[in-house]
Design a protein around this ligand. Structure first.
Ligand SMILES: [Zn+2]
Length: 330
């Protein structure tokens, strides 16, 4: 144990933050200043079902619990929609959860206050509290990874909406009533057009068309299951089909960011998530969409790369748990 953790042990100020994602479960043991003492990641194993995932969430938490020290609270960032007041995950598109009372289950198992927060909101709070955009207000956080999400801080507070589901930016209907069907049941949502999942699906279609000589040749056809990351790397290598898929998705990501900027008049937009971190293109697309939207451009909103990497959601969730240690009702 290092000396900082020993100090925290005395003051009992430790927190656990978890970030439940479609591909991995990430957890941190932190203090209130955002210092990270332990970090653990497990694969989500979404295909194994709800019970298997909750078992792994318990295991992840057990690994983070410090021996002999008190943890004050646990905060969990989860994909929505959720009922944040009741601590229940209502339904998740990339995970097999339905009406899962995760906060109550965790409270019962670990005997401490547990809060659930929308993952985009948790990451927004993490970046606002500890990232390079610290203190920027209003701050909008947009995440582009397997899915698309967002969160916002305004007036020093997280903007949650009625049930904790504000800024579900992946379901902004960019092509209302048209375009691909989204997992939410809508049509033409940002997530169905421009998420990592949507990009991978378009790559698979283009690869199949190329193999059957119905479509333009592309190196995507040499990959068994092309992923969004392959589209980014092939596009940068000059593959025209990959570039077309990517530019189309990026223009939708830009619309999504510009929509949020028009609504919030933010001091800063932080663009995070796995795809944004994989290279400069997502950030560039957001910057040019903001510059091309007069209302946003005049507002002087800054587009900032996140500084907390994979930790933003877990750090934000832990910090929010510290603010609401006495239960899930806020
Ligand atoms: Zn949708």
């Amino acid at each position: 144990m290092n000396s900082s953790l020993a100090e925290e042990r005395k003051s009992g100020g430790l927190l656990i933050g978890l970030d439940i994602g479609g591909t991995k479960l990430h957890g941190l043991l932190v203090d209130r200043a955002g210092r990270v003492f332990e970090s653990e990641t497990l694969p989500t194993g979404a295909e194994e079902g709800s019970d298997a995932i909750t078992g792994r969430i318990y295991r992840l938490t057990e690994r983070l619990l410090p021996r002999g020290s008190r943890v004050d609270a646990i905060g969990i960032g989860v994909p929505g929609p959720l009922d944040a007041h009741a601590g229940v995950i209502l339904k998740t598109e990339n995970l097999p959860f339905r009406n899962l009372p995760l906060a109550a289950m965790m409270r019962e198992r670990f005997g401490m206050p547990v809060i659930l927060e929308n993952d985009g909101s948790a990451a927004a709070w993490g970046e606002y509290s500890f990232g390079p955009a610290k203190g920027a207000d209003p701050l909008v956080y947009l995440t582009v990874s397997t899915g698309i999400g967002a969160g916002a801080v305004a007036g020093g507070k997280l903007y949650r909406g009625k049930n904790g589901n504000a800024l579900e930016a992946g379901h902004i209907p960019l092509l209302a009533g048209k375009g691909p069907v989204c997992a939410c049941g809508g049509r033409g949502c940002a997530e169905a057009l421009a998420s990592g999942k949507a990009i991978a699906e378009k790559a698979a279609e283009a690869a199949q068309a190329a193999r059957e000589r119905r479509g333009a040749p592309t190196r995507l056809s040499t990959l068994a299951v092309p992923q969004a990351a392959d589209v980014f790397s092939l596009a940068s290598g000059g593959d025209e089909v990959a570039e077309r898929i990517l530019s189309e998705a990026l223009s939708f990501i830009g619309y999504c960011a510009a929509t949020l900027a028009v609504l919030f008049d933010p001091q800063a937009i932080v663009v995070g998530g796995g795809l944004a971190r994989s290279g400069p293109r997502v950030g560039e697309a957001v910057r040019s969409a903001i510059a091309a939207t007069p209302t946003c451009a005049a507002g002087g909103c800054t587009v900032i790369s996140p500084g907390l990497g994979d930790n933003a959601g877990a750090l934000g969730a832990a910090s929010l748990a510290a603010k609401t240690e006495h239960g899930s009702i806020r």
